[in-house]
Design a protein around this ligand. Structure first.
Ligand code: NAP
Length: 344
C-alpha cells in the first residue's frame, strides 16, 4: 500500500517535492496539503488528484489518513511541525534547516529520543547525489589516504536583494557543513569566516564572496568559497586532498562538447537542475524506509550539528575570529557515528 503523505508548506521547494512525490516516485501518494497562504495550498492541491487542503499544518499532521509528513515551510516554523509529527508518532521529512537554533534542534532530539523510535529525516539532499556518494566511497575505500584538506566552492548565478551575509552561512554554507561532516565522518570543532574584497555585483550590504574555514575535531580543514552572485550559473565543487592523492566531484554529469576547435559544456542554472536526481533519490529512500517501518538519511543529530556549526559561523562572520563550535554530547540513540544515508 502507498505511503500517504501530508505536506506542510507549499512554496518553492514544497511544490517541487509535491510534484515528485505525486508524479515521479513509487509507493507514495500526497493526500493532504497546508500552507499559510490558503489560496496557494488550494492551487497546488488542484493539481494533485486525491489531495485535500487543510487549514493548518497541525491539521495535516493530525489527520488519520496521513501516514507521514513532509515539512517544507520556512525554517522558523519547522520546529513546531516536527515536534507535532513526533508527538503523533509519524515519520517526518523536514527540509533543512531542522530548526533555526541549536536549542530548537535539541528539543527535537529530546522528543525523538523520548519517543524511542527514529522518525526524523533532514533534507540534506547532497548525501543522495551520485557524485558525492562516489566521493565518499573513494574516501572510505582509502583511495586517497587520510583526508587532510577539502576544497569546496558553492556559487549561485545571483540571489534576490533580500539575501543577507548571514544567509550565506545559514542557507548556503550549511550544505558544505553537512556534507563535510558526512564525507569525513567527523564533527566540526571550529569555524572561521574570511571576507575578501566584495563583488560589485553584490547588493550594498552583502558580503559576497565569503571564505568559510571549518576545522574538524581531528584537525582536517574544509575551505569553502561561497559566492552567490557569480553570474554564470550554479557551480558546486568539492575536492578532497588526502595523504596519497586527491579526488574531486565531477561536473554535473552534463555533456562536454568538442566543436569548431573549442571544448564547452553546460553549467546548471540553479540548485533544482543540479540536484534534481538527488532530491528524487532522497525522498524515494525516505518513502521506502517509511514503508518498511524504518528510517534513513540525515538524522535529527545531523540537523542539530549543522545548525550548531552555522551558529558558530555567524559569530565568526561578526568577529572575524576562529570560533569554537558548542556541541552537546551525542545521544547513543543516534549510534556511534551519524553516517546514515551511506555511500551505497
Ligand atoms: P518558500 O517559497 O517561502 O515556501 C515556504 C512556504 O511555507 C510558503 O508558502 C509559506 O507561506 C509557508 N509557510 C510559512 N509558515 C507556515 C506555517 N506556519 N504553516 C503553513 N505554511 C507556512 O520557501 P522555500 O524556498 O520553499 O524553502 C522552504 C524550506 O526549504 C526552507 O527551510 C529552505 O531552507 C528549504 N530549502 C531547501 C533546499 C535544499 O536544497 N535542500 C532548497 C530550497 C529550500 P507564506 O509565504 O505565506 O509565509
Amino acid at each position: 500500500m502507498a505511503v500517504r503523505v501530508g505536506v506542510v508548506g507549499a512554496g518553492n521547494i514544497g511544490q517541487d517535492h509535491i510534484r515528485r512525490l505525486a508524479e515521479r516516485l513509487r509507493g507514495v501518494a500526497v493526500v493532504a496539503i497546508a500552507d499559510a497562504d490558503a489560496a496557494r495550498a488550494e492551487a497546488v492541491a488542484r493539481r494533485v488528484p486525491g489531495a485535500r487542503v487543510c487549514a493548518t499544518g497541525q491539521e495535516v499532521i493530525g489527520r488519520e489518513e496521513v501516514d507521514a509528513v513532509v515539512v517544507t515551510t520556512a525554517g522558523a516554523a519547522h520546529e513546531q511541525f516536527v515536534l507535532s509529527a513526533i508527538g503523533a508518532g509519524k515519520p517526518v521529512f523536514c527540509e533543512k534547516p531542522l530548526a533555526t537554533t541549536a536549542a530548537a534542534c535539541q528539543r527535537i532530539i529530546e522528543a525523538e529520543v523520548a519517543n524511542g523510535r527514529r522518525l526524523v529525516q533532514v533534507g540534506f539532499m547532497r548525501r543522495f547525489d551520485a557524485g558525492y556518494r562516489a566521493l565518499k566511497r573513494a574516501i572510505e575505500d582509502g583511495q586517497v589516504g587520510r583526508p587532510l584538506v577539502v576544497h569546496c566552492a558553492h556559487r549561485n548565478a545571483s540571489v534576490p536583494a533580500t539575501f543577507t551575509s548571514e544567509m550565506i552561512i545559514n542557507d548556503s554554507a550549511v550544505h558544505e557543513i553537512d556534507i563535510s561532516r558526512w564525507l569525513l565522518d567527523e564533527e566540526i570543532a571550529a569555524v572561521q569566516v574570511l571576507t575578501p574584497r566584495r563583488s560589485s555585483q553584490a547588493g550594498p550590504e552583502l558580503q559576497d564572496p565569503q571564505v568559510v574555514i571549518l576545522q574538524t575535531a581531528a584537525g582536517a580543514f574544509v575551505i569553502d568559497e561561497l559566492f552567490v552572485n557569480c553570474g554564470y550559473g550554479y557551480d558546486i565543487r568539492c575536492e578532497v586532498v588526502g595523504e596519497s592523492g586527491t579526488v574531486a566531484l565531477g561536473e554535473a554529469g552534463d555533456l562536454i562538447l568538442h566543436k569548431d576547435g573549442r571544448r564547452s559544456g553546460g553549467v546548471p542554472a540553479d540548485w533544482r537542475a543540479r540536484f534534481a536526481r538527488a532530491y528524487d533519490r532522497e525522498l524515494q529512500e525516505w518513502v521506502d524506509a517509511v514503508a518498511a517501518g524504518g528510517a534513513t538519511g540525515p538524522t535529527a543529530w545531523d540537523g542539530y550539528a549543522a545548525t550548531a556549526v552555522a551558529d558558530a559561523g555567524l559569530e565568526a562572520l561578526k568577529t572575524g575570529q576562529r570560533t569554537a563550535v558548542r556541541l552537546d554530547e551525542r545521544p547513543r540513540f543516534y549510534g556511534p557515528a551519524s553516517r546514515s544515508g551511506t555511500a551505497g
